[in-house]
Design a protein around this ligand. Structure first.
Ligand code: HEC
Length: 124
């Protein structure tokens, strides 16, 4: 009986300590930073979006809170990185190749999306 009580308490504590956003952790954001900047998995993001993710002539700013292709949610970012973006002549740019043109695992896609999501919401 005492064991059951302890187990119940432990489960309750673990649930109470859930991170703010359960879909990713600090470790995955750090891994996403490395992918974005090409130190891991041959990530190419910074080449087009700029080392500070503030955009270049080739690709939009990802940290200004403005989104051209969706709502800026984590799910939108995961989807966009996975599939890329078709060319939009009205935006004056070529499209984005899926995963920036390299092969990322789904875990790496989620990490780089967690990094972009976090950067696009400073202080949150
Ligand atoms: C070859 C250049 C290129 C590379 C490499 C690239 N992107 Fe992009 N990305 C673009 C372009 C161009 C667009 C937007 C096209 C448009 O809407 O006109 C875009 C759009 C996006 C968007 C949506 C922005 C919005 O406002 O809707 C996200 C998020 C994004 N990229 C993340 C990434 C990440 C993360 C990586 C690395 C895995 C990456 N991109 C690599 C060119 C690139």
């Amino acid at each position: 009986m005492a064991t059951l009580l302890i187990v119940t308490l432990l489960v309750a504590c673990a649930t109470a300590r859930r991170p703010i956003r359960s879909a990713f952790t600090r470790a995955s954001v750090a891994q996403g930073d490395s992918i974005f900047h090409g130190q891991v998995a041959g990530g190419t993001c910074a080449e087009c979006h700029g080392p500070n993710a503030r955009g270049t002539a080739a690709a939009p700013n990802l940290v200004d809170g403005e989104w051209q292709n969706g709502d800026g949610s984590y799910e939108f970012i995961v989807r966009t990185v996975t599939t890329g973006v078709p060319p939009h002549p009205e935006h004056g740019r070529a499209g984005m190749p899926a995963m920036g043109g390299v092969r990322l695992t789904s875990e790496q896609v989620r990490s780089v999306a967690a990094y972009v999501y976090t950067r696009s919401r400073p202080g949150r």
